[in-house]
Write a protein that binds this ligand. Structure first.
Ligand SMILES: Cc1ncc(C[n+]2csc(CCOP(=O)(O)OP(=O)(O)O)c2C)c(N)n1
Ligand SMILES: [Mg+2]
Length: 350
């Protein structure tokens, strides 16, 4: 079975509000990561720096299709998903600077950020081990009648692991309310797709499990959003999971330490010309939105990032004492902080 392909279509008036919202979050994500790159070069950033530059349409477009009580499981290129779900620029900067002022209070760092109360399951480093957890959220939602959809992301490389296949099989068997999104950015560290799998479309794998598989242009934020929204509606309506393969490109190295010399320069140039933020701006201008409105979004975001950097640099480092009791183990009243309340379940929690 060949995976369905999302057909591009012209923007409508109703797309304009959505487009502006998508642009706001994608631009904010990029503004933060651009600033982090500068800080890294200035020696003001400890640790590593991984970015999702050029892939912003996927985490932002997908997460905007969720409701407040739904859950997202972002990975290392999905800053935009965290932002849409409520992580502030200051919290993110505090994470990168190992400061208090974000959910793990300086005891974890960089992209390892999230907050269950806001419906964000923090990244697990071992890829794709957040997928079995996302499956568990899905199973809990069905069993407890919570009307909660869980959206999880992974890269192309993660699809070669056993946990990935086992997760999708169980998800289909139990018709869990999950949306599974692959960010196919053509490389897993230095490994190109041809050395990762022998099929042409990862979405084709969905047929093997018995769920729909959909391919979408991952640099088209509106197409990503529509595709994920359909999958979310289907999951919420009891129709089961969907596997979505969003095509994009990692236009930088794996992280700042990697010059990506193993990636053909033409491939990077081709995808840089398809930048998702530039594409969305062009689409909004063509739909009649004034350039000043778009410039204001960028200016506001830049100012917000500047304020976040100042706040994070001024924030204290964590106190070493009491860390085990306070931040490593769940408090006895874990039910008070785990997950946002279910929408129509009278506050019932899994
Ligand atoms: C099980 C496991 N093996 C290796 C790693 C180290 N690692 C971190 S990111 C990465 C590349 C993953 O590639 P992909 O899934 O395509 O995601 P991308 O980085 O391209 O977004 C690797 C190998 C890991 N985190 N987990
Ligand atoms: Mg990859």
């Amino acid at each position: 079975m060949t995976a369905a392909k999302q057909k591009p279509r012209a923007a409508t008036n109703t797309d304009v509000d959505l487009g502006l919202s998508l642009l706001h979050w994608m631009d904010l994500s990029r503004a933060i990561e651009d600033r982090l790159h500068v800080m890294k070069r200035q020696g003001r950033l400890p640790g590593r720096l991984v970015s999702g530059r050029g892939q912003e349409a996927i985490p932002v477009g997908a997460t905007l299709a969720l409701e407040a009580h739904d859950i997202v499981c972002p990975l290392h290129r999905d800053l935009g998903a965290n932002l849409v779900k409520g992580i502030t620029p200051t919290e993110f900067l505090c994470s990168y600077l190992w400061k208090t002022g974000h959910p793990s209070q300086g005891r974890d760092s960089d992209v390892h950020i999230g907050d269950l109360r806001r419906g964000i399951y923090p990244m697990i480093s071992h890829l794709p081990d957040s997928w079995p957890v996302a499956l568990g959220f899905g199973m809990a939602s069905t069993r407890l009648g919570l009307d909660r959809v869980t959206l999880a992301f992974c890269g192309d490389g993660a699809t070669s692991t056993g946990a990935w296949h086992e997760t999708l099989n169980m998800s289909a068997v139990f018709r869990t309310p999950n949306v599974w999104v692959i960010e196919n950015n053509k490389y897993a560290y230095s490994t190109p797709l041809a050395k990762q799998y022998a099929i042409t479309s990862l979405a084709d794998r969905a047929a093997a499990y018995g769920m729909p598989g959909v391919e979408v242009d991952g640099n088209d934020a509106i197409a990503v959003h529509e595709t994920v929204r359909q999958a979310v509606d289907r999951a919420r309506g009891g129709g089961g999971p969907t596997l979505i393969e969003a095509h994009t490109m990692r236009i930088e190295g794996h992280a700042v330490h990697d010059d990506a010399s193993y990636v053909p320069k033409e491939l990077i140039a081709e995808w840089k010309a398809r930048d998702p933020i530039d594409a969305l701006r062009g689409r909004l201008l063509a739909a009649g939105v004034e350039a000043e409105r778009l410039e204001a979004i960028a200016a506001d975001n830049k100012a917000a990032v500047g304020a976040a950097v100042a706040a994070a640099e001024a924030a204290p480092q964590p106190e070493p004492s009491g860390s085990e009791e306070q931040e490593v183990y769940a408090p006895p009243s874990a039910g008070d902080w785990v997950l946002p309340p279910a929408k129509d379940a009278g506050g019932a929690r899994p």
